[in-house]
Write a protein that binds this ligand. Structure first.
Ligand code: GDP
Length: 258
């Protein structure tokens, strides 16, 4: 089986990437949680998180979802590009605090045109990115509806929300200021982290996904630590790698545990 290509430099995360706006952030800590850092540095026998997070991207037709994903995954911008219907997700690899971790990025593949996205698309997400168009106020008005629909299949207490204004390059300064004001207010109401990006110029795109990867990783490790705390002493959680590069979690019980 062929080896995986080397990880791109910007996919190796050693420090917590900072939020876009302190007024609309999931948290404003400067560093990864100390428990997470300790767990990752003690990888030899330590407790580490799941190997990937499912991230769904929702929003109005033409809000800029596919372009955002393409800019991040392929570092390209193609006007009116549409992926083949049926392509479900992209797997993007990172290494966070020395631990392999991937984002499974789900694009709607045009399903949102029919306003009935399949529940399998929504189910099991750890992060939801609601995209709106910074040059189109109606798309922000619809953001709450997209969020509510996608939350129906998920546990609101454990999901991380990102409200992302796309096409920053297209918005006039006055419209941008007004829309950012409204978006930051909405972010506070729905407990989302606000970002403004441009798939055309690439502004903010890598930073956004690095933040998504870091916060989902951190949440996974903290949840895993909590779960393992209630297991019998001697249980060990390990990250193992299969030969095709998929990282799976395995649990082993110490043989001499009483
Ligand atoms: P989707 O339906 O939400 O996936 O939207 P698309 O990604 O297909 O984008 C819709 C249209 O907006 C396309 O014509 C894109 O070329 C354009 N677009 C997307 N992102 C940007 C951006 O950052 N800047 C500009 N100027 N146009 C964009």
């Amino acid at each position: 089986m062929s080896a995986l290509p080397p990880l791109k430099k910007d996919r190796t995360i050693a420090e917590l990437p900072q939020c876009f706006s302190r007024d609309a952030a999931l948290h404003t800590n400067e560093e990864f949680h100390s428990k997470v850092k300790t767990a990752c540095s003690a990888q030899r026998t330590g407790v580490v998180g799941f190997s990937f997070a499912k991230v769904i991207v929702v929003g109005d037709v033409a809000a800029g979802k596919t372009s955002l994903i393409n800019r991040f995954c392929r570092d390209s911008f193609v006007r009116n590009y549409k992926a083949t219907i049926g392509v479900d997700f992209e797997m993007e690899r990172f290494e966070v605090l020395g631990v392999p971790f991937s984002l499974q990025l789900w694009d709607t593949a045009g399903q949102e045109r029919f306003k009935c996205i399949a529940s399998t698309y929504y189910r099991g997400a750890q992060a939801i990115i609601v995209v709106f168009d910074l040059s189109n106020t109606a798309s922000l008005d619809h953001a709450r509806q997209w969020l509510e629909e996608s939350m129906e299949e998920n546990d609101p207490s454990s999901i991380l929300l990102f409200l992302v204004g796309a096409k920053k390059d297209l918005s006039s300064p006055s419209l941008l200021a007004q829309m950012e004001h409204d978006a930051i207010r909405l972010s506070g109401e729905i407990r989302a982290e606000y970002w403004a990006v441009s798939a055309l110029s690439g502004e903010g795109v890598r930073e956004l996904f690095a933040r998504v990867a870091s916060l989902t990783f951190e949440a996974n490790v903290l949840a895993e630590l909590e779960r393992s705390g209630s297991r019998r002493a001697g249980d060990i959680i390990r990250i193992t790698s299969t030969s095709d590069g998929e990282h799976v979690k395995s649990r082993r019980r110490a043989a001499d545990c009483c």
